[in-house]
Write a protein of this length. Structure first.
Length: 213
């Protein structure tokens, strides 16, 4: 049996030329997201979200990107969860889109801000009913004695909302990560990877630079 810690796949010679990168990093991200989807990357909108706790320790987890526009990268969660509490206390956030199978990743740093309640209402209404029920049943990130207790709470919520729409919980909603940097990483052979980073300037324009691997 091979040692998984010694394994490495050569990333090939597909380049990320300066001429191939759009001047707007949001549009470049949309292009790469579309490429990932066309390449059948599993959950191409999945992103690793990193936050900072009150004691300055980092924490990370995977969430799903639900919208992208000039304002930033939007996702939804329970505001009382670990990530929700940490972002409200310290809005610094980092995102990683790990498209391993196509030897690409996108790294984002920025500030996370809650979205308007009306936008959270609008998105919550589009979720499957089971997910809406789960948002009420689960006190996300809080300890629970058993899975059975959680499933019992789900049944209670199903009974409570039977016959009518499930309202959005007050502590559930969206964040948008307003990016200050966006980096596009293309894997290359011999670890001589291509890295192109965009940095938002004080005038709100984007400055582009190539980084050494």
């Amino acid at each position: 049996m091979s040692d998984p810690l010694s394994q490495h796949t050569d990333y090939g010679q597909l380049p990320l030329n300066d001429s191939d990168v759009l001047s707007d990093p949001i549009e470049q991200f949309r292009l790469w997201l579309s490429n990932a989807s066309e390449a059948n990357v599993y959950e191409p909108n999945a992103m690793v979200l990193s936050t900072v706790a009150a004691n300055s320790s980092p924490s990370s987890r995977t969430v799903l990107l639900r919208a992208i526009d000039d304002a930033g990268f939007e996702f939804f969660t329970n505001y009382s969860s670990i990530k929700g509490r940490e972002l409200i206390s310290n809005p610094a956030a980092a995102l990683v889109f790990p498209w391993y199978s196509i030897h690409r990743q996108v790294l984002v740093q920025g500030i996370a801000r809650p979205v308007a309640a009306a936008l959270s209402d609008q998105y919550f209404a589009t979720r499957p009913r089971g997910s809406q029920i789960a948002a009420h049943a689960s006190e996300q990130s809080q300890p629970i004695a058993s899975r059975m207790l959680l499933e019992e709470r789900v049944r209670e919520c199903e009974s409570e909302f039977e016959g009518h729409d499930v309202p959005r919980p007050a502590d559930w909603g969206g964040f948008v990560v307003e990016p200050s940097t966006i980096e596009f990483w293309q894997g290359r052979s011999s670890r001589l990877h291509d890295r192109v980073r965009f940095v938002r300037s004080a005038s709100d324009s984007w400055e582009r630079m190539r980084l050494q691997p």
